[in-house]
Design a binder for this molecule. Structure first.
Ligand SMILES: [Zn+2]
Length: 128
C-alpha cells in the first residue's frame, strides 16, 4: 500500500435501496455539459451518479435494480481507497465502467488492443 492509498477520499455513501435492499444505489448530482466524464469519474470512485442540468429532484437517490427513487440527504464522508474499492465492487460500478470502456473501444479500436487496454484500466482502477 502506498501513501496515496492511505489518504482519505471524499465519498457519498448512498445507503441500500429502501424498497428492494439492493446496494446498486446512487444519487442525482448537478452537472455541467461533460456528463460522460462525470459519470466515469464517479464510477471509478465507486459511486453511481446521474448528472442533471437544472436542479436536483426532491427524490435525489435512486436504485438501479428496481428503479425506486427516494429523498435522503447524503453527507460526504471520508474513506480510504480500500473502502472505496469495496463499495465499488458491491455497487457494481467497476463492472459498469469496464462495460462502458468495452463499448467505446469497440467503436474506436481494433480488437487486439482492446483486451490489453481493458486489463490495464481494470488494474489501474483497483490500484494494482
Ligand atoms: Zn431497489
Amino acid at each position: 500500500m502506498n501513501i496515496i492509498d492511505m489518504l482519505p477520499r471524499a465519498y457519498y455513501n448512498v445507503p441500500k435501496c429502501p424498497a428492494c435492499n439492493s446496494r446498486m444505489t446512487g444519487r442525482y448530482i448537478k452537472s455541467s455539459d461533460e456528463d460522460e466524464q462525470i459519470i466515469e469519474d464517479a464510477l471509478r470512485n465507486g459511486e453511481l451518479v446521474k448528472p442533471i442540468k437544472i436542479a436536483i429532484p426532491e427524490n435525489n437517490c435512486f436504485c438501479i435494480d428496481c428503479g425506486f427513487e427516494w429523498s435522503q440527504e447524503i453527507p460526504v464522508s471520508f474513506v480510504t481507497s480500500n473502502q472505496i474499492a469495496r463499495e465499488g465492487i458491491e455497487r457494481g460500478t467497476f463492472e459498469i465502467l469496464a462495460a462502458r470502456q468495452i463499448e467505446k473501444d469497440e467503436k474506436e479500436e481494433p480488437k487486439i488492443r482492446k483486451t490489453k487496454k481493458l486489463r490495464a484500466s481494470l488494474k489501474n482502477m483497483l490500484g494494482l
